[in-house]
Ligand binder design. Structure first.
Ligand code: ZN
Length: 361
């Protein structure tokens, strides 16, 4: 366990989004930098998709006020081997977090616990039915139904990318909307990633785990990047519609994109208002940082589900570009459909983080 203190060192009241901080009570994304003997430790924890933040997901701090939370980092950052460790908080929340560091020694190595409830070894084709773990019959059926829609989304997305002539790529609207300015390396990354997402969706034997053990009540779904056939589904997932921009199917595209052997995506940076998911955050990332957008799960999710109906200038295809892209021609690339931001938080505020290490469990 480490203990993390967030202090408002500004002169204004700040609202600190709990997502991506120790205030969540567990590590739900890669928000720390953990260094062992000078070597950054790879993140091994969950990549959790959560609902957009509500007012209850912020902690209010008046000037000078601090709040402290404990979080277990052993499994997520592999803190098991003897050595000298340093821990920093990533800057986040629009650069509002500044971190002091902390260090500790681990004087006795800890055994790596056997991975609990690992999926059994899988065979490749022909495709076998997915495995449901801790799911009701209805949940298992919903997951399977969503997977087949996700497979269709991914196939259309792959075909649309593949069938767009190189000369037409820099103007491909749907690509530009979700991935930003065209460059050939970025396009290639997206096309390769989407091809792998489709391949996984269509042929991998997934295990759906409905226990949501590592999630919180705000979590929709999560995966571990290295556990490439397991998808963890939480209650929020089952409240979503099967198909559409924000749907069970698009969430599955998002989660499958995270795996190390597909598109190896992350969740991108938190926006100024803390947004990490949702169409607005994805569009914003495409505009401001195309290099990150082509590595961000939500951008694959929405490109594939195509909620805006934007076309792709494909050649030689059958004209079926996925979700309803005939006929409508939004006038401008970047102005439509950017959802309003939730209440903004001032970005200049600087809560300073102090990590106080207690190396005991
Ligand atoms: Zn994610």
């Amino acid at each position: 366990m480490i203990s993390v203190t967030y202090q408002n060192q500004s002169s204004e009241v700040v609202r600190l989004l709990q997502y991506g901080t120790a205030l969540e009570g567990s590590v739900a994304e890669d928000f720390l930098i953990v260094v062992r003997n000078g070597e950054p430790q790879p993140y091994q924890g969950i990549l959790a998709m959560r609902f957009p933040p509500s007012i209850n997901d912020y902690t209010v701090l008046v000037p000078g006020q601090s709040v402290t939370a404990e979080v277990d980092i052993e499994a997520s950052y592999g803190v098991r081997q003897v050595g000298g460790y340093q821990v920093y908080h990533r800057d986040g929340q629009g650069g509002a977090i500044e971190s002091g560091g902390a260090q500790f020694w681990l004087t006795e190595s800890r055994a790596q616990p056997a991975l609990p409830r690992q999926a059994s070894p899988q065979q490749v084709a022909p495709k076998q039915a997915s495995v449901a773990r801790f799911c009701s019959v209805a949940q298992a059926a919903a997951a399977d139904g969503a997977l087949s829609v996700a497979e269709t989304y991914a196939r259309h997305a792959r075909d649309d990318l593949r069938n767009t002539l190189i000369s037409a790529r820099s103007d491909a609207r749907r690509y530009r909307y979700w991935f930003g300015q065209y460059s050939q390396p970025r396009w290639n990354r997206v096309q390769d990633g989407m091809t792998r997402i489709y391949s996984a969706a269509s042929s991998r034997r997934f295990t759906f785990d409905c226990a949501c053990e590592a999630g919180t009540n705000r979590t929709i779904a999560y995966v571990y990047g290295a556990r490439t056939s397991e998808i963890f589904l939480c209650d929020g997932f089952f409240g979503m519609p099967r198909a559409g921009g924000d749907s069970q199917a698009s969430v599955l595209v998002h989660e499958i994109s995270h795996f190390n052997d597909t598109a190896n995506t992350d969740d991108g940076p938190h926006g100024v208002n803390g947004a990490l998911y949702g169409q607005g955050a994805a569009v914003g990332l495409a505009i401001t940082n195309p290099d990150r957008a082509v590595g961000a799960a939500s951008n694959y999710q929405y490109f594939a589900a195509n909620p805006t109906g934007l076309p792709m200038p494909t050649e030689g295809g059958d004209g079926d570009n996925g979700g309803g892209d005939e006929g409508d021609e939004p006038g401008s690339l970047l102005d439509p459909l950017i959802p309003p931001e939730p209440e903004s938080i001032p970005r200049i505020l600087v809560p300073i983080v102090d990590l106080l290490l207690g190396n005991e469990r």
